[in-house]
Design a protein around this ligand. Structure first.
Ligand SMILES: Cc1cc2nc3c(=O)[nH]c(=O)nc-3n(C[C@H](O)[C@H](O)[C@H](O)COP(=O)(O)OP(=O)(O)OC[C@H]3O[C@@H](n4cnc5c(N)ncnc54)[C@H](O)[C@@H]3O)c2cc1C
Length: 400
């Protein structure tokens, strides 16, 4: 390839990298995405157990990108209510869409369908090229240009490199950007179940002592079971017989949905949170989980990634419109400042909630009872939490 073949190189074709490419679609920048996994894995992504809860803000961004209409509407499940229980105590926090002026707290969409829609949109743009089966091995940036070296030895130059290569980003490390990592030493196990009774589009979450269990309402009498257990118990849960696993999930909420039947594979995810110390370097930016890898309990990872890429794309478009170099530090700083503002409280706040709600010592149990009572009895507090978590202007936590 020739020098400066591309304006922007995106490392990673996960949801963040693809949505950023969609934001730059049909603009003047020549965009290259490099994805190390095989073509089939991104052109035909398979169910990975994740039912991604999207906020109102994310919906708007996906609509703006022309991605939302590529998702099969019948597979989108509105979340109308969420109830959070605290172990065996009476404490309960209840969020309802009909108590606010929004129709749903958020929307649950199978993660693979989001990825598929993003892939379709990105690849339909003439200015976007995707390379598969090759990893970015190394990169170098300076005041005038940026380059990557692929695993086949090829060098490609650009004006800007954007890393969206997951929370364990090698590219972040290669650029010398440190990050704060939190290993929760827990594993999230997810699967789909069908059940006898209706969930009324209500999510149930219980912080039991020892583990956390959530049921996310999907269309028809189907729910996603999300079980978080200490890492040393994960294998036993993954190997449990279907019937036994369903009984455990059902008993967690006193059989309120009736008998359950597992209808999908069980998937597992180790829980590690990551916050990069900065989101920019010379001609370089971090987006998605590579910048902020959230604990999934507040369902905000992709939502934050979507906002981050939107902010970066806007800063680039503005620079390009004004005839400026898109890799200028001032452009990247504008993105970084906004993204830190949006993500810092969400990341550290979520980790705080996780620490409090998964700590079984007597003082922590007392504090969380108080927190739940306080939040539930004071509508302004609840409204504030709802506003932050659903990202609707009116009122918005999608607590899973
Ligand atoms: C159990 C669970 C539930 C979740 N639920 C929600 C939810 O309800 N709502 C929500 O908003 N978020 C949720 N999330 C978070 C969301 O799934 C992530 O934020 C999102 O998938 C991150 O996307 P990404 O593109 O940043 O990274 P990834 O999806 O990790 O993609 C990174 C890509 O980069 C590629 N790559 C890596 N290194 C290289 C390299 N050197 N060269 C080329 N390619 C490379 C990888 O192959 C991969 O395709 C959940 C996460 C989990 C684990």
């Amino acid at each position: 390839m020739k020098v400066n073949d591309f304006d922007v190189i995106i490392v990673g074709a996960g949801p963040a990298g693809l949505s950023f490419a969609c934001s730059l679609a049909n603009q003047s920048q020549r965009v290259l995405i490099v994805e190390k996994s095989a073509h089939e894995s991104i052109s035909d992504p398979q169910p990975d157990g994740r039912e991604t809860a999207l906020t109102h803000k994310s919906l708007k961004i996906l609509q703006k990108l022309g991605v939302w209409n590529l998702i099969d509407e019948s597979k989108v499940s509105p979340l109308r209510e969420a109830k959070v229980f605290d172990g065996d105590s009476e404490s309960l926090l209840n969020f309802q869409a009909n108590k606010t002026s929004i129709d749903a707290l958020g929307y649950l969409v199978p993660n693979n369908l989001i990825k598929l829609a993003l892939y379709k949109k990105a690849t339909s743009a003439e200015n976007v090229t995707i390379i598969n089966d090759l990893a970015v091995e190394s990169l170098k940036t300076d005041a005038s240009s940026a380059k990557i070296i692929l695993s086949n030895g090829e060098t490609i130059n650009s004006k800007l490199i954007v890393a969206a290569d997951s929370r364990f980003s090698e590219i972040r490390r290669k650029m010398g950007i440190p990050s704060t990592m939190k290993d929760f030493s827990k594993v999230m196990i997810i699967t789909r179940v069908s059940h006898e009774k209706s969930h009324n589009q209500t999510a149930l979450e219980c912080f039991n002592y020892g583990h956390t269990l959530a049921l996310l309402p999907l269309n028809d009498n189907i729910s996603s079971v999300v079980l978080t257990v200490p890492t040393d118990e994960a294998d036993a849960m993954l190997n449990m017989k279907d019937k036994e696993f369903c009984t455990l999930a059902s008993n967690g909420f006193n059989g309120v949905l009736g008998e359950m039947k597992q209808i999908g594979k069980r998937h597992s995810y180790p829980l590690v949170g990551v916050y990069a110390q900065k989101f920019r370097a010379i001609r370089f930016a971090l987006i998605g989980d590579a910048a902020v890898g959230m604990h999934p309990v507040t369902a905000h990872g992709f939502n934050l990634g979507l906002r981050g890429q939107d902010i970066l794309a806007k800063a680039i478009s503005k620079a390009s419109y004004n005839g400026h170099d898109i890799g200028l530090d001032s452009v990247l700083k504008e993105f970084e400042n906004k993204q830190i503002h949006i993500s810092r409280l969400m990341y550290f706040g979520t980790n705080g909630v996780v620490s409090l709600f998964t700590n079984d010592d007597a003082v922590a149990k007392k504090i969380r009872k108080l927190v739940l009572k306080f939040a539930d009895r004071f509508p302004p507090v609840k409204s504030l939490i709802t506003k932050h978590l659903t990202e609707s202007k009116k009122s918005n936590l999608i607590p899973f």
